[in-house]
Ligand binder design. Structure first.
Ligand SMILES: Cc1cc2nc3c(=O)[nH]c(=O)nc-3n(C[C@H](O)[C@H](O)[C@H](O)COP(=O)(O)O)c2cc1C
Length: 330
């Protein structure tokens, strides 16, 4: 049974990865319903938070139904990170996660995200200060190292644990790899096999089938799997993995009715959260994925992604439900 601080997250939990513009409240709620055991917000800039930038503070919104939920923040400045901890606490998350893994230039160039992998002492001291500044569990998400020649993740994880980090999620790539090549789970297993480690070690990177999740659990012996891209447009991935864990068999893909229902609810939750205009606009890229694979779908997709009025989008969902009733997804 894995525990993050005092939070029981079950046996080999599945965690929804923090993903910019993806892991928002409606999507997190859908993933949670489909079996995600822990969900994370997208990364939120500590500098944005302390400037009270509306875009950053909106990302702090969390809902009871998604718990346990972690809010992820990034930054490299101690004062800003400590101030953000205070701001984040007011939203009542269960966990605060620090992003030490984002590879994009504009983050890394400021020494934040994966940029901190060049300064492990700073990484450790920032984590320590944050742990000391809150009663909430602090967790870390990071990569194997800056580049192939500087992988020291076993030592890094141990140092983070020693300053009070309560769980670590490791993406099996270096910063230099960005998203290229295959994630290497061997160094993550080395972290787990370090006899001094007692906090949960979650594996991340390329868990794109139930079989891969089983491999991460049984062959690599990790404490849970953090899942990103496989869930985009497909929140059912979580239940499919769990079904496979329980039965050793693949679950049938979601029916058309389930997909329409998810699309409707996704849109409605987005409108309830952000209002009609932004709700309609920002949900477009999500729910069209729910219907991937249906042939001759363009006409309906166009209605979904070009209508500004939610009534028209809901009407398109109704049409799809009628037109493709009983469609069998591969
Ligand atoms: C669209 C997108 C946005 C992402 N945004 C974040 C983020 O905000 N914070 C973070 O720690 N990682 C972010 N990541 C990285 C993922 O959390 C994850 O580490 C990575 O996608 C590898 O896992 P996967 O193979 O299961 O997708 C993002 C990835 C994608 C694809």
């Amino acid at each position: 049974m894995a525990k993050i601080g005092n939070i029981d997250v079950g046996d080999f939990p599945l965690l929804l990865a923090p993903m910019e513009d993806v892991s928002d409240p409606p999507f997190r709620a859908l993933c949670k319903e489909q079996g995600a055991d822990v969900v994370y917000t997208e990364f939120i800039s500590s500098e944005g938070l302390i400037r009270d930038a509306a875009k950053s503070t909106m990302k702090l919104d969390i809902y009871e139904k998604e718990r346990p939920v972690g809010i992820q923040i990034f930054g490299a400045n101690l004062d800003s990170m400590l101030q953000s901890v205070e701001i984040v606490e007011k939203s009542g998350p269960d966990i605060i996660d620090i992003n030490f893994g984002c590879p994009v230039k504009k983050v890394v160039s400021k020494g934040a995200g994966a940029g901190i992998l060049k300064d492990i002492d700073l990484m450790v001291s920032l984590t320590k200060a944050m742990v000391e500044n809150t009663k909430l569990p602090i967790t870390v998400k990071t990569r194997l190292g800056w580049d192939h020649d500087s992988i020291k993740i076993v030592e890094v994880a141990e140092r983070l644990q020693d300053v009070g980090c309560q769980a670590i999620s490791i993406h099996g790539r270096t910063r230099a790899q960005m998203y290229k090549g295959e994630a290497d789970w061997n160094p993550i297993a080395e972290v787990k096999n370090n006899p001094r480690m007692h906090i949960p070690v979650f594996g991340n990177g390329d868990v794109d089938s139930p079989e891969r999740a089983v491999k991460m659990r049984d062959r690599y012996g990790l404490d849970g799997a953090m899942i990103g891209r496989a869930s985009i447009g497909y929140p059912w991935f979580f239940r499919e993995v769990k079904h496979y864990f329980e039965t050793g068999e693949h679950m049938a893909p979601p029916t058309l009715e389930e997909r329409v229902d998810a699309a409707r609810r996704h849109l409605q939750m987005a409108i309830d959260w952000k209002g009609e205009k932004l709700g309609v606009f920002e949900t477009r890229r999500h729910y069209t994925n729910y219907f991937k694979g249906i042939p001759h779908f363009k006409e309906y997709r166009m209605k979904m992604v070009t209508s500004d009025d939610s009534k028209d989008v809901f009407a398109a969902f109704d049409e799809v439900e009628k037109e493709f009733a009983g469609y069998e997804f591969a």
